[in-house]
Design a protein around this ligand. Structure first.
Ligand SMILES: [Zn+2]
Length: 404
């Protein structure tokens, strides 16, 4: 794969401030439940029986066929090892569906086999839809980091409206266990699909907007890669050796108000790129698509912290929240968290090279204001708060849509 250190200029990306805004993202309230194994069992039995009649006698191949029919979202998942998840389910499918079919004799009536239904003990126990209130007591004081992260001890929760969620409108979470490298790029070496995430209703709504928004700009998702959500901890960072540096500040993860998005798995890979997109900020084509992903995240979440804001601790994920613990007071368009993104986004739509960032975030803010003003065709002093918000929203929409 050819490397592009510098993204190509996008001078044909007109930031048309007069254009009609994208229509509001429509969300219907009925959840999109994925069908469970019970509804597929008849199909699985029929396909196994047909395959045997066609000459297939290999129990492994037949079990793969049945397993993939019963659990279409699970088959082919990339786990670190087969034994980790799914092996017991796979054996249960083999014993319930494949073994009896292989025992059928040539002249037997297949009716009883085809009509039989299994009382599954393991298969499909995962709550695929996964939008449910968490058991409050179970998470109220749970610690997700072994280390103590707070300079003074804190208690967490209970959070009454915390949700336990495995997928967003049919798009599963993939919890990244380990990164690897492939084709010169960072990639996910192993991940756990449908890993339960915990957050409140606002975060859930924003993630639904994100999923709908990604489809709306032509980047429909197969999975949301995540590094986690609810976590009873302070805003601790790690030093160069991986040791935790304690902090007095509570993390928004402590309130069920945050999720870390590591990347995305696209249903259709972008041209020349892998389907799994994670931080490869020195690879121009990946960075260009991730800028679109980030723009859609920013349309859904008031706070998105990225690799530009913090190249050390946020290099590999987008942290998204509503800043509820401060009542959203810290959320401003021309703030420290947005300034570098704004500069990069304006450079992208105006065909300028990727910006060279200042050392201090505070020094970025006037540059971001100047960039927004340039995008709006105004003088920096001529951009009041309303114009700043409007131009920022249009910038997000244009970036999200990409070159058309
Ligand atoms: Zn985070």
């Amino acid at each position: 794969m050819a490397g592009h250190a510098i993204p190509r200029p996008h001078s044909d990306w007109a930031l048309d401030l007069e254009a009609e805004p994208l229509s509001a993202i429509a969300l219907d309230d009925d959840e999109h439940e994925l069908p469970g194994p019970a509804s597929f069992e008849g199909v699985a039995r029929l396909s196994v029986w047909s395959a045997i009649r066609g000459g297939e006698r290999d129990a492994n191949a037949l079990t793969n066929l049945a397993y993939g029919t019963l659990l279409p979202m699970r088959f082919g998942d990339h786990f670190c090892s087969r034994a980790e998840v799914g092996a017991r389910e796979w054996l249960e499918v083999r014993d319930a569906i494949v073994v009896p079919a292989l025992r059928l004799e040539a002249g037997d009536d297949p009716g009883p086999y085809l009509r039989a239904r299994t009382r599954w003990r393991r298969v499909g126990k995962t709550d695929y839809l996964g939008v449910s209130a968490c058991a409050v007591g179970k998470v109220s004081s749970a610690s997700c980091w072994d280390e103590e992260t707070c300079t003074t001890p804190q208690t967490c929760g209970p959070i009454p409206d915390l949700l336990c969620v495995r997928a967003i409108d049919g798009v599963p979470f993939e919890y990244v266990h380990d990164f690897g490298r492939a084709g010169g790029l960072h990639t996910v070496r192993c991940a756990e699909r449908f890993r339960q995430q915990k957050f409140d209703r606002a975060v859930h709504g924003a993630l639904r907007s994100f999923v709908a928004g990604m489809a709306g700009v032509g980047l429909p998702l197969a999975a949301i890669l995540t590094a986690g959500s609810f976590c009873c901890r302070c805003m601790a960072k790690r030093d160069g050796k991986g040791a935790v540096i304690k902090s007095p500040s509570k993390s928004n993860h402590m309130f069920g108000d945050a999720i870390d998005v590591t990347g995305v798995r696209l249903r259709q890979p972008a041209a020349g790129l892998p389907a799994v997109l994670v931080s490869n900020h020195d690879h121009g084509p990946t960075r260009a698509v991730l800028l679109r992903v980030e723009a859609v995240l920013r349309m859904a979440f008031p706070v998105v912290l990225d690799f530009m804001w913090d190249p050390v601790h946020h290099d590999d994920h987008f942290h998204c929240d509503f800043d509820k613990q401060h009542g959203g007071r810290g959320v401003t368009v021309l703030g420290r968290a947005n300034a570098r993104f704004i500069r990069a986004a304006v450079a992208t739509v105006t065909g300028q090279p990727w910006p060279k960032f200042e050392r201090a975030l505070d020094d970025e803010i006037p540059l971001a204001r100047a960039a927004l003003a340039r995008a709006a065709g105004r003088a920096p002093g001529d951009l009041d708060a309303t114009a700043v918000r409007f131009t920022y929203q249009r910038l997000l929409e244009v970036i999200a849509r990409g070159r058309s």
